[in-house]
Every structure is written in C-alpha cells, then in structure tokens.
Design a protein around this ligand. Structure first.
Ligand code: BJW
Length: 254
C-alpha cells in the first residue's frame, strides 16, 4: 500500500464513487480482475438486453446466484468507513455506487445512489411499472412474468433491475449527482473514486466533470485504473485498509 494521506474534509463536500473492488474484500468477485465475472461469462450474454432476449434463463441464473451469494457476505471495513464519514458530513456527502450488492446500505450508508441498479429489485422487461423489491431465486422452473402485462393481454418476462450495456442510466440519478457537484460554487469539494477500473462509461467520466468544477480528485484502487491520469492523487492499495486511514479513522478517539 502506498502512503495514505488524510483527506481534509473540513467544510468540504465529498462525492464518492465506488466499484466492485470495494466489495472484493467481502468475498465478491470483481468483473475484470483475473478470475473475475467476465472471465467466466460473456458479458454480452448476461449483461445486455440482447442477451436477455436470447436466453433469459441463463441471465436469471447468473443474477440469482449473485443474489444468493451477496446475502451470505458481510460489509467490510471500507464500507463501514464510508458509512462513518457520511455520519460526520451529513448532507455534504453523496455516495454513488456502481455495485448492485447492497453492502453499502447494510454497512449503514443512507445517501446512496445505485447507479447501475440493484440485485434485489426486479422490473418488467416490457412495461414501465415501478421496479419492486425481490429476493427470489429463479434457478429452475418457470421464469417470472409480469402480471400487469398479462392482465392487459401481453406476455412479458420480469428481469433484474440492472443497467446493462447499451442501456441508459437513470436521468434522475445523473441530475442529482450533477446538482450535488455544482452546489455551493466556490466551497471546497472532493471527488473520491474507489475500487473501479475506470473502463465503463458514463461513470468513468465523472472525474472529468468533478475537475471541471474545481474539485480535488483522488483514486483509491488496488492497481492503476484506465483513467488514473485524470486524478490529482492515486493511492494504490486495498480499500478496506486505505479508506479508514484516508478518513483518519485509525487515530485515537475514533
Ligand atoms: C480493488 C480491490 C480492493 C480489486 N480494493 N480496489 C464512451 C466510450 C466508450 C463506450 C461507451 C461510452 N459511453 C457509453 C459506452 C458504452 C458502455 C461502455 O462503457 N462500454 C465500455 C466497456 C467500453 N456503457 C454503457 O453501455 C452504459 N450505458 C450508456 O452509456 O448508455 C448510453 C449509451 C449506450 C450505448 C452507446 C453510447 C451511449 C451502461 C453501462 C452499464 C454497466 N453495467 C455493468 C453490469 C451490470 C451490473 C452487474 O451485473 O453487476 O456494471 S458492467 C460492470 O462494469 C458493472 C460495473 O458496475 C461496471 C464497472 O466495473 P467496476 O466496478 O469498475 O469493476 P472492475 O472489475 O472493472 O474493476 C474493479 C477494480 O477494483 C479493479 O481495477 C481492481 O484493481 C480494483 N480492486 N480489489 C481496491 N480490495
């Protein structure tokens, strides 16, 4: 681990972006590391609308197994450090997670935007009824169908409420992030990205927006990310070790 500075958050707003690396120390596989999810699955088969159309059973199996596994693991010290700093900063804090595993909320984070969706919500593949909480596993037997569509004489499968490749992110989420970043112009702000390879857009571009608005930017990652050069500082290390130190939580009194 490289030496870890302590972030000066006095009066500052903090926007944190997390990715799969944050949950790695809880035991969940990342996507692009060796032995990651994309090494075992073709991304177009399990994480695209076309893949779902071709083989919905395969897609439901992939997400049902991840649903099952996410419930058996626990948040780690990195998740807890972020929940702790949120308690200190209150409305000066926002957490944007690309993770769909719910571990931030289980660690106590409230101000969370799940920008790529949630493993624990399901929606209709056809109509625009609101997504609903769902813990069910669809590993065998009939696949779930939308009762609303059925009532209207259409056949439509339910699908995970997850943003797949080629799909738009929620515009309300993007507006909320933009508004948070633009609030109180002139006051200090910090953008911190943790455990993400910086490969997937549009989220990989948030660092550019943050910089254009004058934020100081920091990346914490186990290895250099695709967009490392866009950050003012890079701390190489594991998030469960780096985050508590970065927020000064290892000092006496915390
Ligand atoms: C640790 C660690 C430890 C490990 N501590 N660190 C502009 C340019 C090029 C392409 C595009 C573009 N704009 C849009 C696109 C297309 C596409 C895209 O980005 N493609 C690129 C891959 C080339 N984007 C989209 O389609 C998005 N939609 C969109 O933009 O709509 C408009 C549009 C559509 C089409 C064309 C143009 C515009 C939607 C993206 C949806 C992503 N969904 C996924 C899967 C679903 C969720 C799921 O199944 O879980 O979300 S993809 C997958 O990648 C998942 C993740 O959230 C996401 C990011 O991955 P993440 O979190 O960074 O994980 P890894 O594995 O990549 O990295 C982990 C890192 O952690 C590593 O670096 C490790 O070193 C590190 N690490 N242990 C600290 N202990």
């Amino acid at each position: 681990m490289t030496p870890v500075p302590t972030l000066d958050l006095e009066d500052a707003r903090l926007l944190v972006l997390t990715g799969a690396g944050v949950s790695a120390e809880s035991g969940l596989a990342t996507f692009r590391d060796s032995n990651g999810l994309w090494e075992q699955h073709d991304v177009q088969d399990v994480a695209s609308p076309e893949g779902f159309e071709r083989d919905p059973r395969l897609v439901w199996k992939f997400y049902s197994l991840r649903r099952e596994q996410a419930k058996t693991v626990q948040p780690n010290a990195g998740h807890r450090a972020l929940a702790d700093v949120e308690k200190r900063l209150q409305d000066r804090f926002m957490l944007v997670t690309q993770n769909i595993d719910g571990l931030h909320q289980r660690a106590g984070s409230d101000r969370v935007i799940e920008i790529h969706g949630s493993l624990f919500r399901t929606k209709c593949s056809r109509c625009d009824r609101a997504p609903f909480d769902d813990q069910a596993l669809y590993l065998e037997g009939a696949l779930p169908v939308c009762r609303v569509c059925e009532g209207a004489g259409h056949e439509a499968l339910l699908r995970p409420d997850i943003v797949w490749f080629g799909e738009m992110l929620d515009q309300g989420h993007l507006r909320a992030i933009d508004a948070f970043m633009r609030r109180d112009p002139g006051s200090p702000s910090v953008f911190l990205a943790v455990g993400t390879s910086g490969v997937v857009w549009p989220v990989a571009g948030l660092v550019n927006l943050a910089r254009s608005l004058g934020a100081s930017t920091c990346l914490v990652n186990a290895e250099p990310a695709d967009n490392t050069s866009r950050f003012h500082s890079f701390v190489q290390g594991k998030s469960a070790e780096v985050l508590p130190a970065l927020f000064g939580l290892n000092r006496a009194g915390h």
